[in-house]
Design a protein around this ligand. Structure first.
Ligand code: PMP
Length: 351
């Protein structure tokens, strides 16, 4: 800490991202990236766009990319907002839509960035406990709030809230914005995007980091009725008018248009998740039912932290959270078949 810091910066508790090791020799199953590469068509589009035009600013509102996303979801361009990864989109949502004089509600086990944004923007929040199966209980969200946000599937549990429950939540809380963070939706759930024409208080966020394997490109988006999207534009243009660069815009368009590759890699991740779930259960792990590209599991006889350290010593990185109620768990991203096997071999050695 330095005496030059503002007092406000002293008060922040920033998010700590998972390890990004410098070597390629490790089996990296800790940050929910896609084990398969991006669409070859996306890579081709990015290479082709790396030219003299990079001296020019990108189109500030990512118009063409918004059109592509709108077409994909059967929405209009005015219903789409683009940002530099969904983390940035979420940051704008917290400031532009969720900062009011009542507490914001989110599950007690959820994406660790939510309390960080609250801290940054001075938003009061209340954590709502999950039930004893680690599921969201819709009826617990019937209280005065400034809004509700949750990942679906939830992170790090992987549990999915069905669309019927989301509709009930939207109807029960029609005076506040409900944000469904669908970073992992393509691995097993149906997007709430189709409810947007019906509910003016619904905002859905998604990312190209997971199912489209472009975490390094940093593109995320929000879908909602134009009145909500306008608030995000106001915040964006008060912060950074050009958040999504030229390469990211063309790469994202090509990735979304390559539906065959998306489907093939998505199905491969789902198949590997099924295999890994079965193999972990054979080693006596309790595995929560996951609709995401990771599994959340615990062993009855071994500490989560100890297992994570033993795996790290064998070249496999998984995520462990030092938090009440989940300290026994490991969150394991779904890798290639070979990576999943390496993980199981390492665990077999350890147990
Ligand atoms: N939401 C959730 C629930 C996540 O786990 C993540 C990834 N850490 C994000 C949003 C952000 O993803 P990105 O910024 O790469 O789009």
């Amino acid at each position: 800490m330095s005496r030059y810091w503002s007092p406000f910066v002293h008060s922040l508790s920033p998010y700590v991202p998972g390890e990004q090791p410098k070597t390629d020799n490790l089996v990296k199953l800790n940050t929910n990236e896609n084990p398969f590469g991006p669409s070859p068509k996306a890579l081709e589009a990015i290479r082709a766009a790396a030219d003299d035009k990079l001296r020019l600013y990108p189109e500030p509102s990512s118009e063409q990319l918004r059109e592509t996303i709108a077409r994909y979801y059967g929405l209009t361009t005015e219903q789409v907002f683009i940002g530099n990864g969904s983390d940035e989109v979420l940051a704008h949502i917290f400031l532009g839509l969720l900062k009011h004089d009542r507490p914001l509600l989110f599950p007690d086990i959820s994406y660790s960035f939510y309390p960080v944004y609250c801290n940054l923007y001075g938003i009061d929040f209340q954590r709502v406990p999950l039930d004893n199966q680690f599921a969201i209980r819709v009826d617990d969200y019937l209280q005065p709030s400034s809004g509700i946000i949750f990942p679906n599937p939830n992170a790090p549990t992987g549990r999915l809230l069905p669309l019927d429950d989301i509709e009930r939540l939207l109807r029960m809380n029609d005076g506040v914005v409900i944000v469904v963070d669908e970073a992992y939706i393509d691995f097993g759930g149906e997007s709430a995007a189709r409810l947007i024409p019906k509910y003016p208080n619904l905002l859905v966020t998604q990312t190209l980091s997971k199912s489209r394997s472009l975490a390094g490109l940093r593109v995320g988006f929000a879908l909602g009725q134009p009145a909500l999207i306008e608030a995000l534009d106001r915040v964006k243009n008060s912060f950074n008018s050009y958040p999504v660069d030229r390469l990211a815009q063309v790469g994202a368009i090509a990735a979304i248009e390559d539906e065959a590759y998306f489907e093939q890699t998505r199905q491969a991740v789902i198949a590997n998740r099924d295999w890994l779930t079965g193999a972990l259960k054979k080693l006596s792990f309790e595995v929560l039912p996951s609709q995401a590209n990771f599994v959340f599991c615990r062993h009855p006889a071994h500490e989560g932290r100890v297992l994570a350290e033993a795996l790290r010593a064998r070249g496999v990185i998984v995520r462990h959270f030092d938090k009440p109620r989940i300290e026994q768990f490991l969150r394991i991203s779904i890798g290639t078949e070979a990576e999943c096997r390496q993980l199981i071999d390492a665990l077999t050695e350890i147990l």
